[in-house]
Design a protein around this ligand. Structure first.
Ligand code: PNS
Length: 166
């Protein structure tokens, strides 16, 4: 039986913590679809198309079983459309747990056949967030090692004068 999982998120932008979870999930499942949520409630730095392209470049080395796509609406419906029985989420610290527990229960309530699988983010990336990476880049800090190379390039292009402090 083929095990298919979705890894949904905002990924605005993808960090090394996300990439670490994606890499390990790709090894656990036969097929992994990374889903970039189009969230009308948020004003993202990068468009869904830009985020999908950056993630595609970052996961290129993972192999054929990883796909990236944008999605609207409910995560469980995105999972069903892709024939996925699992939702992958990363946990960085205990502080993530409460919201993730709520989401996992909501998703299970909506669709009993879809289970959430949590992977603990690697210790060295446990402090990272997309918000933090954007702030560092915006004020001219070095984001190398915090985000995948294609994301670092996109952030540098988005905040071109930030290194000179202007
Ligand atoms: O990267 P994020 O912002 O922590 O990801 C949150 C995400 C996209 C997984 C969550 O907001 C989500 O699943 N949104 C889709 C709408 C949905 O299914 N809501 C009900 C379950 S929480």
């Amino acid at each position: 039986m083929s095990r298919v999982a979705v890894f949904p998120g905002s990924f605005d932008p993808m960090t090394m913590a996300h990439l670490d979870v994606a890499r390990r999930a790709a090894a656990l499942f036969d097929r992994l679809i990374i889903g970039v949520l189009h969230n009308p409630k948020k004003a993202p730095l990068f468009s869904v198309e830009e985020r999908v392209a950056m993630i595609q470049a970052a996961v290129d080395e993972f192999g054929q079983n990883v796909e990236v796509s944008g999605f609207d609406g409910l995560t469980v419906e995105f999972a069903e459309r892709n024939g996925a029985g699992f939702i992958v989420r990363g946990l960085r610290a205990v502080s993530d747990f409460e919201a993730e527990l709520q989401m996992a229960h909501t998703n299970r309530r909506l669709e009993r056949s879809v289970d959430t699988v949590f992977l603990m983010t690697a210790l060295e990336f446990g402090y990272l967030s997309s918000t933090l990476a954007k702030e560092v880049a915006q004020f001219g800090g070095d984001v190398a090692g915090m985000v995948p190379a294609p994301v670092a390039e996109a952030l540098a292009a988005r905040f071109p004068s930030s290194r000179s402090g202007t």
